[in-house]
Design a protein around this ligand. Structure first.
Ligand code: GAP
Length: 492
């Protein structure tokens, strides 16, 4: 089988994966047992970055809006939930197996990768044609047609290199588990494949107890699970991941207005994070779910192509109506403005925390050449927005003697209540700066002999590598000004 040479994109994703592991961001899960496919663990800087993303999202959505409130629903839900939501009957992906390698693939991903290869080889028209044909067949649920397309285009299995494919079949992506001690008595439960349903089933509870009036939103951050067959591209597609979802309940005649509102607002959020406009785009769904009136993805230009980070969906009244029918409960809202009862419509914003993490890592990861005296040297750094950086500053005594560690530790102890900081005294100062660049710490504060005399420190800026002396008493203000969430939130 002919293996393809790695592309520049593969190389840079590989660099990010290696960096994430080496510097404590992301590890393969249970690595001592050789890992578990499509499952990852977050290390000390990874969890800090992830918490910052979640915190910023939560504050942007809940704290800044008097009409959005949060919940934290369980991962396990009554099994009928997934009947009502349509996941039992139709949360499927068309899959195909290669008979030689015995590997299973999502049909859309297989064809998309083939088209991407054509594109990279300058065959843009053909690539476009293949994608259009695939989208048409997916829209028609034409599984035989998808199989014929794969065979017609001689799309090979990346492992075996053959075109020996089974027929295309639908596979449900939900994980099942049993509750109860004896298997026969057990009931089947599902690990939730999206957090949204926890919000829908709590609609009345929340609306009443939080005394909200339509239009209002319910937000939630939590784990979701999908039995993804093609698990590649690092943390982009995982079997266990975290969603940050908000369901906004509106009057039907205002539905499209709110859809446009959230579409624009969510895009602006990414710009505020420092992601350039040129790296993001909208991608309208061609194939709408039967209940959706409009749907769009926000895509980021990952090293492996333009891919979805967040979906904004106008889900109509489908979910609430369906839960009302299956549960036989009245789920309605009395709107005093129009003096009637109705089932509200829903506009949803659904972002993947892990995909945002990968987006931020991809954007922040830089290998650059810098002048070091009269030499040019290479440095690698993570240029995170200071509000998102896992560690805000590093406190570094120049040497481990002469009372410098004590002075530096006093500064650390003074600041630690407000900022996550690193204290490090081992190795030469240059090496310590390099290490902070590698984990994306925006500021280093060095305590030297002069600090003992005049209570000043040297601040070294990650991005410019410039250094300047500032009073120790000014360190708190500098950190607060540059890293405060409130500065970010005010810019929205
Ligand atoms: N409630 C709507 C919903 O779940 P979705 O487009 O299936 O919509 C929303 O998922 C977001 O969740 C995606 O934009 C993506 O960021 C994230 N996501 C979905 N599947 C994922 C996976 N297997 N691994 C990581 N993130 C995933």
């Amino acid at each position: 089988m002919a293996t393809q040479a790695p592309t520049l994109e593969d190389t840079s994703l590989k660099s990010i994966i290696a960096h994430a592991k080496e510097y404590g961001f992301v590890y393969p899960s249970s690595e001592i047992y050789d890992g578990l496919q499509a499952v990852y663990d977050f290390g000390p800087y990874g969890v800090a970055l992830k918490n910052n993303i979640k915190q910023l999202w939560w504050k942007s959505m809940v704290q800044l809006h008097e009409n959005i409130v949060g919940i934290d629903a369980s991962i396990f839900m009554h099994p009928k939930t997934w009947v009502a939501s349509g996941h039992v009957s139709s949360f499927n992906d068309p899959m195909v197996d290669n008979k030689d390698s015995k590997k299973r693939y999502r049909v859309d991903t297989l064809i998309e990768d083939f088209a991407e290869n054509l594109r990279q080889n300058g065959n843009e028209d053909k690539a476009q044609h293949v994608i259009e044909e695939m989208e048409h067949l997916l829209e028609q649920d034409n599984l035989d047609g998808l199989h014929d397309l794969i065979v017609k285009e001689q799309i090979t299995c990346p492992i075996s290199g053959t075109v020996n494919w089974t027929e295309v079949r639908q596979f449900n992506l939900m994980f099942e588990t049993k509750v109860g001690s004896v298997a026969e008595e057990a009931d089947t439960l599902y690990l939730r494949p999206e957090t949204a349903q926890g919000i829908f089933v709590n609609f009345l509870n929340v609306q009443k107890t939080a005394r909200q009036k339509v239009p209002f939103g319910i937000a939630q951050i939590g784990k979701a699970f999908r039995n993804e067959i093609v698990a590649r591209q690092f943390i982009f597609r995982m079997r266990e991941f975290e969603q940050m979802e908000m369901q906004f309940f509106v009057r039907e005649d205002h539905g499209m207005l709110w859809y446009e509102h959230w579409k624009e607002k969510r895009m602006k959020w990414y710009h505020a994070l420092g992601i350039p406009e040129a790296s993001l785009q909208y991608h309208d769904h061609i194939k709408l779910a039967h209940y959706a009136r409009a749907a769009v993805d926000i895509e980021f230009n990952f090293p492996f192509g333009k891919k979805e980070i967040e979906g904004i969906h106008y889900r109509t009244d489908f979910d609430l109506k369906s839960h009302a029918e299956v549960s036989r409960k009245k789920i309605q809202y009395f709107d005093p403005e129009v003096n009637k009862n109705y089932i509200p419509h829903v506009v949803e914003t659904s972002a993947g925390c892990d995909r945002l993490f990968l987006m931020l890592m991809s954007h922040a990861y830089r290998e650059e050449e810098v002048q070091d005296g009269d030499k040019v040297k290479q440095r690698t750094l993570l240029k995170f927005h200071p509000t998102l950086a896992p560690m805000k500053g590093a406190i570094l005594p120049l040497v481990r003697k002469d009372g410098l560690p004590e002075k530096a530790m006093a500064l650390f102890n003074d600041l630690k209540f407000d900022f996550p900081l690193i204290y490090e005294e081992k190795q030469a100062i240059g090496k310590r700066y390099t290490r902070q660049d590698l984990i994306g710490t925006p500021f280093c504060f060095t305590v030297d002999h002069q600090s003992l005399e005049d209570d000043t420190v040297t601040v070294r800026y990650r991005d410019s590598m410039k250094q300047e002396r500032i009073p120790m008493a000014a360190v708190h203000k500098l950190l607060a000004e540059h890293t405060a969430e409130s500065t970010f939130l005010k810019s929205l």
